[in-house]
Design a protein around this ligand. Structure first.
Ligand code: HEM
Length: 127
């Protein structure tokens, strides 16, 4: 079946749900969410729908500070090269399974850029 591009909130929800289902079951990442950060998945997923809708489809609904959240997380969990590489592999695999097109490519670029900055800021905060 031909894949479509990411165009609306329904696409974002599918992307986010599929991505975090893989993350939950991932040996390198899952326990950071469940055992260390002990997140409420319902709240987290809602936040992530807003985050990616704001990034990709002009929704302007996300108001958090992801850099601060991950810098704080870096003080209690391993958040280095291995974890970020894994996060990106899972994100790219998920997105390529579901979509293709301009916004899809932009989403991967966005994720890579944010991830690079995040990792750098975490490293800086630990030295
Ligand atoms: C090593 C890779 C990563 C891990 C282990 C990770 C883990 C987490 C965890 C545990 C939370 C929830 C924190 C809490 O509510 O207490 C969170 C929130 C979040 N993550 Fe990540 N993350 C990673 C990378 C990324 C990347 C690359 C992005 C963006 C492209 C991202 C975007 C977000 C956003 C937007 C939130 C919500 C922040 C808020 O509360 O407003 N994360 N992450």
């Amino acid at each position: 079946m031909e894949k479509k591009d990411i165009t609306d909130r329904e696409d974002i929800i599918l992307l986010v749900d599929t991505f975090y289902e893989k993350v939950k079951n991932n040996a390198i990442l899952g326990y950071i969410f469940d055992d260390i950060a002990k997140i409420n998945w319902e709240t987290h997923l809602e936040k992530m729908y807003s985050f990616w809708s704001s990034m990709l489809i002009g929704e302007h609904s996300y108001t958090g500070n992801p850099m601060k959240v991950h810098i704080d997380l870096g003080k209690i969990a391993p958040m280095g090269e291995i974890e970020f590489m894994e996060w990106l592999v899972v994100f790219h695999t998920t997105i390529d399974e579901l979509f293709e097109g301009k916004t899809t490519e932009f989403a991967k670029e966005r994720a890579e850029n944010i991830s690079r900055i995040m990792q750098y800021k975490i490293e800086q905060s630990l030295t």
